[in-house]
Each structure stands twice: as structure tokens, then as C-alpha cells.
Design a protein around this ligand. Structure first.
Ligand code: GLY
Length: 423
């Protein structure tokens, strides 16, 4: 089989690495890919939004299956574009990807189908949102409706902050057209858990749980980032929580999307808050998480191509999804200054340390190859993942491996995978 993966970050590196283990696959392409992905796949210099070039490429090369990584092309209809040309593709169509692309859509869906989530109101005009803020209790959550690289969520402690937030989103348009509408939501407290689920339009199979650390600094301080590290499984995602989510959140979401004529196929990423009143949905994403994928896939025992095919064919109920009884921790190595200003093009040493070492992986998030050397090429540069028998040993292994990689101004958090009651 020939497989094409769309994307070029750490998530796509983990997906490509996992596909490379499939006995069914003899050739992998990745567009655009990165230096690490290039070890397993032929990288193709086509952007993720260039649907005509991507579909032409897939037809020309006889690609049997295409797997979509990022949210933007999904929201813009990349799956519809591939299907229109008779190509097999893994991911939700644009109508289903709305569950991530519009916060207002997903909140209305949850309200209509009684899926537990925070109370909310939606606004098209800043003046209406500002008037509503006079009536709420703080803290409060403001969400830009559209896709905003995970940055369109503001938690505001008081009225002044919230007023400034509304202006930032709806008037200054800090997140572009994502801020044409806005959701104002009650603030929830509890533990956050990420549940990535395979979906075939009817059936939904949750993978093992994970948790990410979004803030730049230790102890969840500093600016929001694309994710500074992850661990899996979450000790807070007990069997009782899993059972509740399957009954009251996952299957009802699948059924709701089907009832709305938006059958969801692909990966549904359910961001959960485990509140005192039970698990509630924080947000949905229509794709694998980044860097959750970097800790979930190394623990997965199935051939991932079989699972992708079952999702496309509607036969997920016949899949026995298995995860190893171990743990994984991923520590993101960033360039100092991320998520604001940082240098690129710095030479990297030490990557050879990962060669042939089972249970240690260096997934590239922002790197490029020049004259045989690997250079940094982004704010988040690598996700170093290690396995262990439990979270504690996985964390020790990940931090040991994080020291193998050397580049100037390397920055990482030091508390990834440290569950709060272990500190
Ligand atoms: N780690 C959060 C996300 O992928 O959106």
C-alpha cells in the first residue's frame, strides 16, 4: 500500500512512524513533512491547503490511503476534495469538522443533545457580549468561535479583563475572522483530560487517555502555547470516568452528529474537564492532538492502518483496540522565547542517541535538514517521548533523553507528567 500523510509537525511524525510499522505499507509520502519524517517517508513540497496539487499528487502516485493531520485543511474540506476524486482518505468531511471549527456549533450541538458541558451564550456583536458580561460571575471564559491555533480562549478573572478580552477578540480581531463570533462560557474547575477517539460515523472507540501542559512555564505559568508536553495515561481518568464518558459523551456525540447529517469519521478529540459534578466537555477537536499523539501512539499495539481502514469502512465495531499496560511522557524541546520571538536555523546535535533504542523517540515538530545537518526550524522543535512501566519511570526516561538533544537556547518545562498529587 502507498500512504500519504498531510502535515509536517510532531503529530504527523508520530503518525508516520506508526504507519511505517504496518506490514501492509510499502511506501509513505508526507506533505510537507519535516526532517524527522524524512527518515520514514518521502517528503513532498506541497502545502496542506493546496488541495488540487495534493489530490493530483495522490492520483499520479497511486496513493491508496491519505491521512490528514491538521485542523485547517479539515475545516476547509480537504476530505471532501479527496473523496470527490475517488481517493480513500481518513478524516472528517468539512461538515463534520465544524465540531472543532465553530465553538458556537459545538456548544449548540451539546445543548440540543444534552451532552454535559459548561453553560454558555453566543454573540455576533461585541456590544451584546459586553452587556451580558455585566450579569455574569467571574472567572469567565471567552472563546473566539473559529480556529485560532488553540489560542482563541481567554480566561478572565474580572469584568475589566473580560471587557478587554471581548475587544481583543471581536474588535481588534487578534485571532482574525475566528473572532467574528464569540462564545462566553462558565468557568469550570477540575482535572483536564484529553480523550482521542477513533470514529467510523456510527461507532466510537476511545484510545488511552492523555493530558497536555499548555502553558510555557513550570507549574502552569506563563503564556499559552501549542503544548509543552504530555503524559499518558491520566491517573485521573478512572474506569468510572471512562464508563460515564462513553455513555453520556462519546456515543451521544456520534449519534448527534449523525442525526444532524454530519457523520463523523476520523479522530474525535474530546477535551474533558473532570468537575465535581462529573466529566464535562471543554472542547472538541476533529483530529489527533499535538502533542497527545506523541504519547498515545507509542502505546498502541494495533496496526494503525487497519484501524484507519475500519473507520473509513464503518467496521470499527470489529476492531479490538489495544494499548500497552505502560506509560509515556513527551517533553517538548522549544527554542527559548517561544511562543513569542525565537531564533531558527540553530544546529542540533545528539539525535543519533535515539537510534535503535526501543521506548525512546524524538519526534520532530520544527526542524529542517541542510547539507546533512539538522537545524531548528520552529518554536517547538522536538517532542522527546519515552516509555516506562509507570508514569514516574516514563518521566525519568523522557527527561534523561531530553538531555541527549543539544541546540543553543534549548528550553523545556521540568514538570511534564508530574501529576499534582505526586509533586
Ligand atoms: N494539545 C491540544 C491540541 O492538539 O489541540
Amino acid at each position: 500500500m502507498k500512504v500519504l500523510v498531510i502535515g509536517g509537525g510532531g503529530r504527523e511524525h508520530a503518525i508516520v512512524w506508526k504507519i511505517a510499522q504496518s506490514k501492509k505499507v510499502d511506501k509513505i509520502y508526507c506533505a510537507p513533512g519535516n526532517a524527522g519524517i524524512g527518515e520514514y517517508a518521502e517528503c513532498v513540497d506541497i502545502g496542506v491547503m493546496e488541495f488540487d496539487r495534493l489530490t493530483d499528487f495522490a492520483l499520479e502516485k497511486g496513493v491508496d490511503l491519505t491521512v490528514i493531520g491538521p485542523d485547517d485543511p479539515l475545516a476547509a474540506g480537504i476530505v471532501d476534495a479527496f473523496e470527490a476524486k475517488g481517493l480513500r482518505v481518513f478524516g472528517p468531511r468539512a461538515a463534520a469538522a465544524q465540531i472543532e471549527a465553530s465553538k458556537a456549533f459545538s456548544k449548540d450541538l451539546m445543548k440540543k443533545y444534552h451532552i454535559p458541558t459548561a453553560e454558555y451564550e453566543t454573540f455576533d456583536k461585541a456590544q451584546d457580549a459586553l452587556a451580558y458580561l455585566e450579569t455574569v460571575r467571574f472567572p469567565i471564559v471567552l472563546k473566539a468561535d473559529g480556529l485560532a491555533l488553540g489560542k482563541g480562549v481567554l480566561i478572565c478573572d474580572d469584568l475589566d479583563e473580560a471587557r478587554a478580552g471581548v475587544r481583543t477578540i471581536m474588535e481588534d480581531k487578534k485571532f482574525g475572522s475566528a473572532g467574528n463570533r464569540m462564545v462566553v462560557e462558565t468557568y469550570m474547575t477540575g482535572r483536564e483530560v484529553s480523550a482521542l477517539c477513533f470514529c467510523d460515523g456510527t461507532h466510537i472507540l476511545p484510545m488511552t487517555s492523555a493530558q497536555d501542559h499548555k502553558r510555557a512555564g513550570d507549574g502552569d505559568t506563563g503564556l499559552n502555547t501549542g503544548g509543552m508536553g504530555t503524559f499518558s495515561p491520566s491517573p485521573f481518568y478512572t474506569k468510572e470516568v471512562a464508563d460515564f464518558c462513553e455513555k453520556h459523551i462519546y456515543q451521544p456525540t456520534m449519534d448527534a452528529m449523525k442525526a444532524e447529517g454530519r457523520e463523523f469519521k476520523g479522530v474525535l478529540f474530546v477535551g474533558l474537564m473532570l468537575t465535581a459534578d462529573g466529566p464535562k466537555v471543554l472542547e472538541y477537536n476533529a483530529r489527533f492532538g499535538d502533542p497527545e499523539t506523541q504519547v498515545v501512539l507509542p502505546r498502541m499495539e494495533n496496526d494503525i492502518v487497519d484501524v484507519f481502514e475500519a473507520c473509513i469502512d464503518g467496521t470499527l465495531d470489529q476492531v479490538d483496540l489495544r494499548f500497552a499496560d505502560n506509560a509515556a511522557v513527551c517533553v517538548v524541546l522549544a527554542s527559548s522565547g517561544y511562543p513569542e520571538n525565537y531564533e531558527k536555523g540553530l544546529p542540533v546535535e545528539g539525535l543519533e542517541m535515539f537510534k535503535d533504542k526501543d521506548g525512546y523517540y524524538c519526534f520532530h515538530a520544527g526542524s529542517r535538514k541542510e547539507g546533512g545537518k539538522i537545524l531548528t526550524n520552529g518554536g517547538r522543535v522536538f517532542g522527546v517521548t519515552a516509555l516506562g512501566d509507570d508514569l514516574k519511570s516514563a518521566r525519568a526516561n523522557a527527561y534523561k533523553a531530553a538531555e541527549w538533544v543539544k541546540f543553543d537556547n534549548k528550553y523545556m518545562r521540568h514538570d511534564i507528567g508530574k501529576a499534582i498529587d505526586e509533586t
